[in-house]
Design a protein around this ligand. Sequence first.
Ligand SMILES: Cc1ncc(COP(=O)(O)O)c(C=O)c1O
Length: 451
Amino acid sequence: MIMKKKNDCPKSRAMTEEFLDYFPVAHSNMRIKVSAQNYRMFIDHGEGARLYDVDGNEYIDYCISYGPTALGAVHPELSEALVDLIRTQPTSSFFFSEDDIKLGKLIRKNVPNADRIKMAMTGTEAVQVAIRIARAYTGKKMILKFAECFHGWIDNVFGGDYDPSPSGMPVMTVKEDDHSWCPGLSEIAREETLVIPFNDFDILEDTFKNYGHLIAICHFEAVPINGYSIQPKPGFIEKIRELCTKYNVVMSMDEVLTGFRVGPGGAQELFGVKPDLATFGKMFAGGVASAFVAGVDEVMRVLPEQNVLSAGTFNGWPLAQRAAATAIDILTRNDGQLYKDMYAKQEKIMDGIVDLADKYGFKVRITENPGCFYTIFGVEGGRKPVYTFDEIADKSEAQNARFRTLMENNGVLILPENRWLMCFVLTDEDVQWTLEAAEEAMKQMVEEGLA
Ligand SMILES: Cc1ncc(COP(=O)(O)O)c(C=O)c1O
């Protein structure tokens, strides 16, 4: 039974007007786009994977705040644990509690490289902490990153194209037509960063050979989930590992999206490659803001030994520690059954969409990892990995945008570029309604001449 929107969201529209008077942009600029419409979506309440807006419309949520709320809304056990803390403890202090110990144990048990941990508040901050640790460890300065990956909004890693300068050094550039360009960015900060394309073995090797003596850290998403989930070519992550070791560069995996999503041990477990450092954020704390850097002892020891600083009033604050300890426990108990259930549902949705696309005459390509996938209309191939943006250059902007809008009208929220982030508490009924909404959307696209 599909949940057609009952109305055109008059309350959300009116509240958007008032909101914009106080807050001229959204709290996070990226969040502006979450509603497929041009107003902000005001939510009244939620339960599990369902959200209810102030106009009485019901949605199944595959946006999950860009990752954190993977245990859905008002998870009974998590909510209870947080309420218990609020009732009995101060929420911000510089003292410590048993939750710290519980969390440390859980992270170390699940994340292969987590000999030691440093808490932070957001993924953006964790990335900057990793950079600082790597510089202290190597005594070098430069950052190496890949154009397809995202690592937060600080100038030294925000966006960036591969653009070798006349000297051949691929110093980070952000062109004015890049979606990460904005006034106010520091060009000086970019001078410390090299940007190269993901999955290009030759450029990777050349960059290490020519500039390895300058590079402190190679920071990357093992799967650029922020870049259409293109997959690492076989051997690419292993090659990064080999070169980092050879040139004394700290290998740092950005697990802000993959961490606890693609599996309890993140991408490092999925691909079986152990990075020196890894940055985590988003879903491990069940929707409460928190982040951390995990690392092998050999590198993390610079924290105490060299007194590498990362202050932060809210680093490891009690509510986050309680939320994280509870969320990781929920996610990983019963031998990770929640992951198996989530992935079975994801497969059903992905297969269902491929079948529907066949039925209604659409080309669709699905790029996927456990917990996340994109439905890219206009590119054929179904569930087949993609390794470069060129392979999806023919995607149909019109079909993709229309599909997303129609899904929202049919009660299913997905992210821009038709990215789906899986919630771990979806029900079978949610899955069925999702596929019914997709069928309705495709039917309408055919009627509108968009097939
Ligand atoms: C891979 C990755 N790294 C870092 C960040 C930055 O995290 P935050 O938004 O919590 O600062 C993000 C955010 O989307 C991300 O996806």
